[in-house]
Design a protein around this ligand. Structure first.
Ligand SMILES: [Zn+2]
Length: 479
């Protein structure tokens, strides 16, 4: 089953040895026959249902700062693509293996292990561009064109199986039993062409968005080195799908065709990378990692390592030491993420009023920062200032397109005020944005059962329910 990994969804950077010849003139003409087979709406519905499964049992990291950063970076790349209508959502998976993958519907996942390995924002951008290219080149639809008989349900099942296999886990029996799944193995050569294309188109996006095209071969090179170092102990991906030198050479050649340009390094990349490192894995391991890195002066940005140490210490319940580490970072760097952590440390010590003041002061300088806004609302909820929390959350929902986490806070604000129907409605919107359509519908149905529901809310809930039930029908119809 392993070659399946490259076939449908988990088109990883590492998974595809390139044996197909290079397209000398760049990208082949695609036409749009793919669109006739799987409509965008159907592909979106398929992606949503896969995403719902992934969120249900897994390690999707919902840290708002990391998520917001990754989505801003990803959307900056997607905005220069040849497909402006595609919606994207980028997410981080807590998994130490080196991997990134694209799902139907523009969902792109990146493992924490991969982020930890990137040395610059351009390298992370290179990984994202490759996956974005899989989506904008409609590789999934073009792939499905060959399997028109496959229903949505079996596709979703297959995709989940592929994801499991990509992590080296067992492939669910149900997936093996899907006879269509076996047919897909025969199309592996087709997808190698896709990998070449994703490399080539991805590099165009990378350069157009202002990043360093050489970051792509640099990152591939590091992967290859990791494979050699690990040998037999290498992650499944590296063992079963070694990076061939041809792919590296092709990528380096492409990068050389771009004129040299100075690229400004983002400080936020370093802060987010260290934050993810600090938030995952064993606390004591991460604390010693940062302590050693600082002692031996092994870091890209000292303040980011001090920040990482502070996050790890706070996670370990050591608020005072976390404060000391953060003070070191703040001596060298001013950044809203540092202020956000300062407030979090105060919250951990029960100093809610002081934390609220830190948020307010920092927000007066950077009013749009997601972590500060999220943190302030959480702080208001802890202070039982539910009406303030409600107003702040509503304003954030209004202002942001990616507003799922704020619906969760809004729901809590309504619950604190004893407004069950409104709380359920907000919770439903949260689930919907998580791709959990079934759970979203249940919340709306429960909202309709609340006694004394006013007419306007009832009408709103009913309209939304009808909309979502139609979406659910679409998925069933394709099954
Ligand atoms: Zn790929």
């Amino acid at each position: 089953m392993k070659p399946l990994i490259t076939a449908l969804v988990a088109c990883s950077l590492l998974s595809a040895p390139i044996t197909a010849p290079v397209h000398a003139s760049g990208v082949p003409d695609l036409g749009d026959s793919a669109q006739q087979v799987l409509s965008r709406k159907a592909e979106q519905a398929l992606g949503d249902s896969i995403m719902a499964e992934i969120r249900m049992d897994s390690a999707v990291i919902d840290d708002v700062e990391a998520r917001d950063y990754l989505n801003r970076l990803g959307n900056r790349l997607a905005s220069v693509s040849n497909d402006r209508h595609q919606r994207f959502e980028f997410f981080v998976v807590n998994d130490a293996t080196l991997n990134a993958f694209a799902l139907p519907g523009g969902y792109i996942g990146v493992h924490t292990g991969l982020i930890a390995t990137t040395q610059s924002e351009s390298e992370l951008a290179a990984v994202l561009s490759h996956e974005i290219a899989h989506v904008t080149q409609r590789h999934i639809s073009r792939f499905l064109e060959k399997d028109q008989n496959m229903g949505m349900a079996s596709l979703a099942l297959l995709a989940i199986g592929i994801l499991a296999a990509s992590k080296g886990g067992p492939v669910p029996e149900a997936v093996i039993a899907t006879s269509q799944a076996l047919q897909i193995q025969g199309k592996i050569n087709f997808t190698r062409t896709h990998e070449t294309e994703a490399d080539s188109v991805g590099m165009q996006y990378l350069a157009a968005a202002g990043f360093d095209p050489h970051a792509m071969p640099a990152f591939f090179g590091r992967m290859e080195k990791a494979a050699r170092v690990y040998g037999e102990g290498a992650p499944v991906y590296l063992r079963t799908h070694p990076l061939e030198s041809t792919r590296l050479a092709e990528s380096a050649n492409r990068a050389d065709q771009y004129p040299y340009k100075q690229v400004a390094e983002s400080i936020e990349f370093h802060l987010v990378r260290e934050r993810l490192r600090a938030l995952n894995g064993s606390e004591s391991t991460q604390i010693s990692y940062f302590e050693n890195a600082l002692k031996e002066r092994r870091f890209n940005l000292e303040a980011a390592s001090q920040y990482g140490l502070a996050v790890a210490l706070l996670r370990n319940g050591q608020a005072v030491r976390a404060q000391q580490a953060l003070d070191q970072a703040r001596k060298q760097l001013k950044h809203p993420m540092l202020e956000s952590l300062a407030a979090e440390i105060l919250i951990k010590q029960g100093k809610l009023d002081a934390a609220g003041k830190v948020y307010e002061t920092a927000l007066s300088n950077t009013p749009n920062h997601v972590g500060l806004n999220y943190g302030l609302i959480r702080c208001r909820l802890l202070q039982k200032r539910a009406v303030d929390a409600e107003h702040l959350a509503s304003a954030q929902i209004e202002a942001r397109s990616s507003n799922g986490p704020f619906y969760a806070l809004l729901s809590e604000a309504y619950a604190q005020q004893g407004n069950e129907a409104a709380a359920r409605q907000a919770q439903a919107e949260f689930y919907y944005r998580q791709g959990q359509l079934k759970e979203a519908i249940v919340q709306l149905q429960l909202a309709l059962q609340v006694k004394g529901l006013d007419f306007y809310r009832q009408a709103g809930v009913e309209a939304r329910l009808k909309e979502w039930q139609a979406e659910q029908e679409l998925i069933k119809a394709k099954s």
